[in-house]
Write a protein that binds this ligand. Structure first.
Ligand code: DP6
Length: 331
């Protein structure tokens, strides 16, 4: 049996991916920009040539149901794409809850793609690795790189130009993200299903697509200027717009709980008190707060005092995907 072990960090979008132009390859309807987080980490050990048994083990236990089927299909696709008919299996560990709107699928699928290329000894460029990761989960395309990252919508039908590129690495402009965990359980509606439902039924979907290029341009400028107030303002507006089109679907999907709203209000309170802090929220109730590293402790304390917040996680920006065991398959 041959094995490789890769580590990838989760990423959180500040300009969101919400909607696809191709569901099979996870080609996005819009571009997106994210930050990669050092302390939300997934390790994936991919093996080939092993004995029969569960092919997807998470935290030491065989994963079952839809998540297992999805991973098996992805492993089979990766194998074909990387030129093998051998059976791939994976063991995954994460430092944070899975399936709760904390971008676990991004970190996991990015690490799986990197470990698979390594164990199969296929040399891939980082752009190709991003495309391979994207097919597992769209947002995984961005975890290939550290720091500030853009994932391009792309034009080609095969998706070869829908890949991530780095904007700034993690040391170029350090910021922190504090995650206020409201509910550690799995989300009610997976992002995949919600995106389809919103595209099909939300009367606001077309306006969302049209509003994304200006947000991306403004975000690129704000990052280039190292302007955290501008970055945060664009991120909050973009997040609220993503949730607004989701509320407007028929039937509506609401990822927020009353605690989410209280946490958002706490962030506004921090700002009124002179702290540069801005929220973003993904497909779950957790509230992620962008701030300066020097303010992270204060932000975490305020967020942990919001009634209903279970706990907080704080992270600086982290690196792109890397191999822990096995040869690095990219240059
Ligand atoms: C709200 O990447 O999990 O976090 O491509 O169907 O696997 P699939 O979806 P996924 O969606 C992430 C949605 C989001 C916004 C974002 O990360 O940009």
């Amino acid at each position: 049996m041959r094995e490789a072990l890769a580590r990838a960090c989760a990423n959180v979008a500040l300009v969101k991916y919400w909607g696809k132009r191709d569901e099979l390859r996870n080609l996005p309807a819009v571009g997106s920009i994210s930050v990669t987080l050092a302390d939300l980490v997934a390790d994936a050990r991919v093996s080939v040539g092993g004995r029969d048994g569960p092919r997807f083990i998470g935290h030491g236990r065989a994963v079952e149901g839809r998540a297992a089927r999805r991973m098996e299909e992805y492993l089979d696709w990766l194998g074909r794409e990387l030129g093998t008919a051998e059976r791939l299996s994976v063991e995954v560990d994460t430092t944070f809850p899975v399936g709760a709107g904390l971008a676990s699928s991004a970190a996991i699928h990015c690490a799986v793609a990197a470990a698979a290329a390594s164990v199969l000894e296929v040399a891939v460029e980082r752009g190709r690795l991003s495309a391979l990761a994207r097919v597992g989960s769209g947002s995984a395309a961005r975890s290939v790189y550290g720091g500030w990252v853009e994932w391009h919508h792309g034009e080609r039908a095969d998706g070869s130009d829908s890949i991530a590129t780095p904007i700034l690495d993690e040391d170029a402009w350090p910021v922190s993200m504090v995650v206020a965990i409201v509910d550690e359980g799995p989300k009610d509606v997976p992002s995949r299903d919600a995106m389809r439902h919103v595209a099909e039924t939300s009367p606001l979907y077309a306006a969302w697509i049209a509003s994304q290029p200006p947000d991306l341009a403004a975000m690129r400028d704000a990052i280039a200027a190292r302007d955290l107030e501008a970055v945060g303002t664009i991120a909050e507006e973009n997040c609220l717009r993503m949730h607004a089109i989701t509320f407007a679907a028929r039937p509506p999907i609401v990822y927020w709980s009353p605690v989410t709203l209280a946490a958002m209000e706490a962030v506004r309170g921090l700002r009124r008190a002179g702290c540069t802090a801005y929220f973003t929220i993904d497909a779950g109730p957790q509230v992620k707060v962008l701030c300066r590293p020097g303010d992270a402790q204060r932000v975490a304390k305020t967020m942990s005092e919001v009634p209903g917040v279970v706990r907080t996680l704080s992270s600086s920006l982290g690196p792109g995907v890397r191999l822990l065991e096995g040869a690095t398959p990219w240059t």
